[in-house]
Design a protein around this ligand. Structure first.
Ligand SMILES: Nc1ncnc2c1ncn2[C@@H]1O[C@H](COP(=O)(O)OP(=O)(O)O)[C@@H](O)[C@H]1O
Ligand SMILES: [Mg+2]
Length: 204
């Protein structure tokens, strides 16, 4: 069994910040999900145009495959990846499209805050293609995990309100919620090798 931690939430919510902290803590790779977008998606977002579901499926599949492969390859059996995972159906799609999905456990860490705070964080951030006009569309379609999706209800998601909290405080809360073992660090890579064949999509 390997574990993929997906750090999610709308633009500016702190995915990259938390993803880096988590990968350092768990000694595992961190994949920046924004970097896996096809060129057409990046150009669209750079123009301030929101992505549609159709724009996102291929990207979500790449995220699922890359992160699960990396988790298999790494001795920790873990990988952290950032991805906005704004809708429940996106979270389900990622889960259905990884390698060996019966042997991959997902943990979705959904970060959220107020619209005003997101705008402020994005405007203060330099050199990123995700501009503040994208925040509104992402905020509007965001489905914060609830009910059966939550880890406390035997689901795979934890949610954290990041308003007025430092990155370190948020990170400590996430680690506490996840309760993942960190003692597997020195083992050999997992014996079950991922195949190059892509699992069939079971949704959409
Ligand atoms: N808890 C926090 N409180 C205030 N600012 C934060 C917090 N976490 C991250 N930031 C800042 O907000 C901006 C967006 O964070 P980032 O991690 O890039 O978000 P995302 O990857 O979700 O778009 C960055 O400038 C970052 O330094
Ligand atoms: Mg980011």
């Amino acid at each position: 069994m390997v574990t993929v931690i997906v750090v999610g939430g709308p633009a500016g919510t702190g995915k990259t910040t938390q993803g880096q902290l988590l990968s350092e803590y768990y000694h595992c790779p961190f994949i920046e999900g924004d970097a896996l977008h096809p060129k057409a998606n990046i150009e669209k977002m750079s123009r301030g145009e929101p992505l549609t579901d159709e724009d996102r499926w291929g990207w979500l599949k790449t995220i699922a495959l890359e992160s699960s492969r990396k988790a298999y390859e790494n001795p920790t059996r873990l990988c952290v990846v950032s991805c906005s995972i704004l809708k429940k159906v996106y979270r389900e799609y990622i889960e259905a499209n990884c390698v060996h999905h019966e042997a991959v456990r997902f943990r979705f860490v959904f970060l959220y805050t107020t619209f005003e705070e997101l705008i402020q964080r994005v405007e203060n951030r330099k050199g990123h293609y995700m501009k503040s006009e994208m925040v509104k569309s992402q905020y509007d379609i965001m489905e914060i995990p609830q009910g059966d999706e939550l880890l406390k209800n035997k689901g795979e998601c934890v949610t954290v309100d990041t308003t007025n909290r430092t990155p370190r405080e948020i990170f400590e809360e996430v680690v506490k919620y996840l309760r993942l073992p960190v003692e597997d660090r020195d083992k050999e890579p997992a014996t079950a090798e991922p195949t190059s064949a892509e699992p069939e999509a079971t949704m959409v």
